[in-house]
Design a protein around this ligand. Structure first.
Ligand SMILES: Cc1cc2nc3c(=O)[nH]c(=O)nc-3n(C[C@H](O)[C@H](O)[C@H](O)COP(=O)(O)OP(=O)(O)OC[C@H]3O[C@@H](n4cnc5c(N)ncnc54)[C@H](O)[C@@H]3O)c2cc1C
Length: 491
């Protein structure tokens, strides 16, 4: 049965509790022409569900870093819900986020910690949400955050409208009928129709949240919506892409068998959003301000860069291990490639730590300590280049070894003796060599690996716009002062 948010809170859930919550009635998930009622029991979706269940258990196993005491119930809750009030809190959250990312090696971009950090910050800055008479929406938001935290909900989000015509405002494309919008209201709540393009984690989420992705024109009030709903809300439909999960032994697909977090379009077929779940309704100015006036960007990019750092480190570790066993690490151009990947790891780590060093305190009425955004904005534009480059470099040092990788059925099958002989590497037996290359390929080259690369290029918008924005946001004062100094007649 679905998570009962009216029942007594559980605090941080175990994997078994999480899986029980996914077994709800009425969830409408489609894939391959089939409506999937039981996500957990499905041959292609079950692996991802169990993979995420493992993440919940992992947080308990690493309770000292991943959990903290709820300020309201005293229960242990996930540290990604922490509303940081000091630099120490930012550090504490970062240590926990890093431990959580280690579970999946940074492969799951949208494990629940992503939205936990988002809603912790939104609630901490509820005064921005309350502007222009939206006090009720802001109260709903704070209550919702507490509900997420105390019931440890797994939440997806969908902020971008479908790609109908990106040269026009979303509300103008497709005669205004495609993008998610409000079509009415009743005593129960608002009624919404339309679609949002992509919700990662959708089949594995208890709830979906809708908040701003791109700015609106003043006349687009029907599109200025923020809310959250259980995934089994009537009229809410998810259409998934093909599964990249491989229901095969972990030896064959160590990542795809557990960490395909899935992506789907979300269609709202005249869905009623209860009043208590509406956070914003019709305020096109507020729609922009809840992103641009809350320092949300700094908070969420710090979470995202801790995950990216972990993924880069896994890539570096794999490339290093591969070159060790095949003996190519002694060639200087291979060392240069490995050094380049390591440099990305180190720059990311340094950027995350620098954002803490430069963090600053909350203003009056604000409940959030903010990381220094500058290194994070820089990393946000660079990471969509660095991670694909790290994957490319790994391919270059691994060569055809990625293809000399028979499955476990072959390794243990009739060809076992020949495989043991001919697939050995200088530094490892055949089984270990094959296992290592298969793991690396699952990160950088399999269906899931390629999807992961696309994700890194786009999940925070494209690198081109992010780097352009970095320039726009940059404080140019020091740079300009330096130029001025050299333009003086007398130095
Ligand atoms: C694997 C994956 C998972 C994702 N998961 C989620 C999720 O869980 N929730 C969610 O809300 N979103 C998710 N996204 C969507 C993500 O937010 C978008 O990919 C991102 O905002 C870019 O939008 P787009 O993909 O529609 O590309 P577009 O914006 O259509 O861009 C396509 C191309 O056109 C160019 N372009 C488009 N508009 C402009 C412009 N105005 N000026 C200049 N160039 C332009 C871009 O540079 C790019 O080259 C996910 C994306 C991926 C790939």
């Amino acid at each position: 049965m679905a998570v009962d948010v009216t029942a007594a809170p559980t605090g941080a859930r175990t994997g078994a509790q999480y899986l029980a919550g996914l077994r709800d009635d009425g969830r409408e998930v489609w894939m391959g022409g089939e409506r999937i009622d039981d996500v957990v029991g499905h041959p292609l979706l079950g692996g991802g569900a169990r993979g995420l269940a493992g993440w919940f258990d992992w947080c308990h196993e690493h309770a000292e870093t991943c959990l903290y005491e709820s300020p309201t119930t005293g229960l242990p809750v996930n540290v990604s819900f922490l509303q940081p009030l000091s630099r120490g809190d930012l550090e504490r959250r970062r240590v926990g986020l890093r431990r959580m990312a280690e579970y999946h090696g940074g492969v799951m971009g949208r494990a629940p910690d992503y939205l936990n950090v988002t809603f912790a910050l939104f609630a901490a800055r509820s005064e921005v949400w309350a502007r222009r008479g939206n006090e009720r929406g802001a109260e709903n938001l704070v209550r919702y955050y507490e509900l997420m935290r105390e019931h440890d909900l797994s939440t997806t989000h969908a902020i971008m409208n479908p790609q109908v015509d990106r040269s026009r405002p979303d509300a103008a494309a497709g005669a205004g009928e495609i993008a998610l919008h409000k079509v009415g209201e009743s005593s129960e709540g608002i009624i919404v129709r339309g679609a949002r393009m992509l919700a990662t984690l959708a089949p594995y989420a208890d709830e979906i949240s809708i908040y701003p992705g791109s700015p609106l024109r003043p006349e687009d009030t029907a599109y200025a919506l923020c809310f959250a709903l259980p995934m089994n809300t009537p009229g809410l439909k998810v259409v998934l892409r093909d599964s990249f999960a491989k229901p095969r032994p972990a030896f064959d697909y160590p990542l795809s068998s557990r960490f395909d977090e899935q992506d789907g379009m979300v269609i709202f077929d005249d869905v009623v959003v209860p009043w208590e779940r509406v956070f914003m309704d019709g305020d096109t100015v507020g729609y922009d301000e809840v992103i641009s006036h809350t320092n949300w960007r700094a908070q969420i990019v710090s979470q995202a860069m801790v995950r990216a750092w972990t993924k880069l480190e896994l890539t570096f570790g794999l490339a290093h291990a591969i070159t060790q066993i095949t003996g190519v690490s002694r060639f200087d151009h291979v060392q240069e490639k490995l050094g380049e990947i390591w440099s990305y790891v180190e720059m990311t780590r340094s950027g995350v730590l620098a954002s803490e060093v430069g963090s600053y305190g909350a203003g009056p009425g604000e409940l959030a300590w903010t990381p220094d955004e500058r290194p994070l904005v820089a990393l946000r534009g660079l990471m969509p280049r660095w991670l694909p480059r790290a994957f490319e470099l790994t391919r270059l040092v691994g060569g055809a070894g990625f293809m000399a990788t028979p499955s476990l059925a072959d390794v243990d099958g009739p060809m076992a003796e020949a495989i043991e002989q001919y697939y050995q590497a200088g530094g490892a037996g055949a089984r270990d060599r094959i296992r290592l290359f298969r793991l690396a390929w699952d990160l950088i080259g399999s269906d899931l690996g390629s999807r992961g690369e696309l994700y890194e290029r786009f999940y925070l918008q494209d690198a081109y716009r992010m780097t352009a924005l970095a320039y726009v946001l940059a404080d140019k004062t020091e740079a300009q002062a330096l130029v001025e100094r050299f333009l003086q007649d007398e130095l």
